[in-house]
Design a protein around this ligand. Sequence first.
Ligand code: HEC
Ligand code: HEC
Length: 259
Amino acid sequence: MKRFAGATLIALIPACSAPPAAENATEIAAEDIVSGSIFLTAETRDLQEDNFANPGYLWVDRGEALFSKAPASGEACITCHEAGLSGVAATYPAYDEKAGRVLNLEGRINQCRVTHQSEPAWEYESEELLSVTAFVANQSLGAPVSVDVSGPAQDIYEAGRDYFQTRRGQFNLSCQQCHTENWGKRLRGDTLSQGHGNGFPAYRLEWESLGSLHRRLRDCDLGVRAEPLPYGDPLYVAVELFLAARSNGLEMESPAVRR
Ligand code: HEC
Ligand code: HEC
């Protein structure tokens, strides 16, 4: 994990006495919401948009193969999902009646592994789970993010929002301060995006791999020297729901390419 320079971070913290500028609002105006891909260099963006060169498609292809293959004890995903899962990923995280909780896409896929295939859940960040998640997410490429935070999802959404707005770590910074109040500013070679999850799972050049949104969140928590949550933690799922709701309408881009 690369370290952020403390001085740069301190400079990001808005002075308490300064009146909030338009870009320092607590929410991003709907018409200003943009994907992280617009802050990339032209070279990285071209890589994302080229299905042959984008390394994320290696995982999509592996995911497709796994989707079609019957596991030891149950039926293949494709047997029950012959019609495909077009547009589905854009609606996740979502409240799941049977599970009685909010599931992200990884959680939903593992729910099928366990209840419909009688197989053990895939480990978070395993090649299998990343690949199948990328394959399913890619079937929503271009679809607008459209999560529902009403009803039983509301409390989870609020928990995610609280996490987003709470300062943490040795640098005492919140997600909000970087991604809502300071997006567009430079931070050690990166341009701060608005922190949307629409490109995930994404291929990160720094990781030399595809990674889940939770891996990105862990990097952000580590960046302010806070203790990151474990992969798949319900609180990260809550943050994921909050992020998705905050980006409703934005086009899905997985597998995105990021620096
Ligand atoms: C010190 C500033 C800082 C803080 C605090 C921070 N991040 Fe980030 N975050 C970054 C940087 C830098 C990147 C990489 C460039 C970019 O996309 O903004 C990033 C990337 C992201 C991305 C990927 C966006 C994309 O399009 O690839 C998401 C999602 C994200 N952050 C969410 C969060 C969340 C949620 C929190 C709080 C748990 C958080 N960040 C805290 C600096 C920060
Ligand atoms: C035996 C049939 C069966 C198998 C095999 C199966 N599923 Fe499912 N899947 C379902 C059913 C039924 C649902 C609807 C929710 C429920 O009842 O669990 C569902 C729901 C889903 C959803 C959410 C759809 C939505 O509209 O929200 C996803 C994503 C999904 N499955 C992916 C997979 C993947 C990936 C695999 C393979 C690892 C898989 N499923 C294997 C039957 C199956």
